[in-house]
Each structure stands twice: as C-alpha cells, then as structure tokens.
Design a binder for this molecule. Structure first.
Ligand code: URA
Length: 260
C-alpha cells in the first residue's frame, strides 16, 4: 500500500472505521434539477455598523488580498456587535490558507478555542482534523476552518439568532476572500444557521445545498461523534460524498444533487 494509503487508514482508524472501499456512483439527476433553491440564512444578517464596514473582496492584486484579510481580522478582534464580546477572551477568526477550495464551518468556539484563539483545537478539533485528513485535507495546506460565531457563548450554550445574525457578515466576508469551491458544515447548528432551516441534520445530509453561490454539504459535528461513535460511519459516508462533489466541481461536471 502507498504511504498516502496507509496514512489514510490511520486516520480512518481514528474515526473508528475499518477501511474505505470506493463504490461506483450511479448517475443522479443534475444539480440544476435536483438541488433546492439557494437558501438564505435563517436570520437575515444585520448590516454591519457604518463605522466598521466589512471589506468587500472584489478581484484584486495579492497585496490587496492580504490587506483585506488584515482589516477583517481587526474588525473581528474589536467587534462589539453582540453581547458575547463581554464574556469572550478573544474573537476566534479562522485558520488556514487565505485562498482555498474547501471551507469547513462549525458552530462557535468552545473554551479551548476561546483561550487559544483558533477554531477546533480541543478534543473535537482533533477528531475533525482526522476526518479531514482522511479525505486529504489539512488546515495547514488546503482547508480553511471557521465558525458561524466568532465568539464563545458562555457555557457553550447554543448561539442565539441575533448572535448568528450579527456574526454572519464576517463569514460572508471571509467567503468573498477565500472563494471556496465547497463548504462543509459540521453539526446541526452550523447547518441550520447557514441554510436558514430548522430541518434535522439527518434530513440535510447527503445533498448539495448552497450558501449564497457556494455549494455546501453537511455532516455531523465531531463533538457529537465523540459522544456517539456509532455515527462515525455515517460521517465517513458524508465525507466521501463531499469529496465526490468536489471532484465534480473541479472537473466542471454538473453536480449530482444527492448522494447515490
Ligand atoms: N466546536 C465548534 O463548533 N467550533 C469550534 O471551534 C470548536 C468546537
């Protein structure tokens, strides 16, 4: 077996999965016919304060890109748009290269992320890294990781709708800069917040959604998988689905809207 193959097996082991055997995909309906209409966020994002506009990211030279990232980073670090700024240690902006094809979105920073200023660095983060590595992704090289909320809700409570509304424009600005080809929402809260639905996660899996113009697929939150290891196999199905959607995207093929 190749080095890459045995590395993948090691990550699959961390996921509690024996071995991935590729399965032929049948021909599903093209996305244009099968995918649902572009959803809008559950809560329309509140406009950012006039004094602190989120920088727009039109095409521009690379030096502009770095400056726009820096401006956005500063805005998040100094944000007072919701009450969470009073209890957070720091805003948790995101991690990864500044132009990538893959964007993973979680719910909100936890205690460890709030302390260290980086998303998914606790136990759930270690599992997320293993999941991503199993499909060839690494936050150091080819995937960006961020959250719907940039500030930790006290006691890790669920985000409030007004907090999501206040924070989503930052994610939208990050997407403009990153220009990802595919988003992966991990967990119910992230998926529902981005898709503007209260449908259960189980109903959102296995389908190509959209956040604005960006295709989005959904899987379980790694913290949930730590509590419910029996679901890891389904998460692996989701990851394989995401990878096949990505292959279709980079090959310019019409998307299968659903898992076959
Ligand atoms: N859970 C999340 O959704 N995001 C993090 O950054 C950490 C835990």
């Amino acid at each position: 077996m190749s080095a890459a193959g045995s590395r993948r097996d090691a990550y699959l082991q961390a996921l509690g999965i024996d071995r991935w055997v590729p399965r032929a995909h049948g021909g599903g309906a093209p996305a244009a016919a099968a995918a649902p209409p572009a959803p809008s966020p559950a809560v329309p994002p509140a406009p950012l304060a006039a004094a602190a506009p989120v920088p727009r990211a039109a095409a521009g030279p690379a030096c502009d890109l770095a400056a726009r990232w820096e401006a956005l980073r500063t805005q998040v670090a100094t944000c007072t748009r919701c009450a969470l700024h009073q209890t957070r240690t720091q805003g948790v902006f995101g991690v990864g290269p500044e132009r990538v094809d893959w964007l993973v979105i979680g719910e909100a920073p936890g205690a460890e992320e709030d302390r260290r200023g980086e998303p998914f660095v606790g136990a759930a983060g270690q599992l997320l890294d293993a999941m991503l590595r199993a499909i060839g992704l690494d936050r150091k090289s080819n995937v960006y990781i961020a959250n719907v909320l940039k500030s930790r809700p006290p006691g890790n409570r669920d985000p409030k709708p007004e907090e999501v509304a206040a924070c989503l424009p930052y994610l939208q600005a990050q997407i403009e800069l990153l220009r990802p080809k595919l988003m992966l929402a991990v967990g119910r809260i992230a998926a529902q917040s981005l898709l503007g639905t209260d449908a259960p996660l189980g109903r959102l899996r296995g389908e190509v959604h959209r956040f604005g113009d960006t295709p989005l697929v959904v899987t379980y939150h790694p913290a949930y998988l730590l509590r419910t290891p029996a679901e890891k196999r389904k998460a692996w199905e989701d990851l394989k689905f995401a990878r096949s959607v990505y292959q279709q995207l980079i090959q310019g093929r019409a998307l299968d809207g659903h898992r076959t």
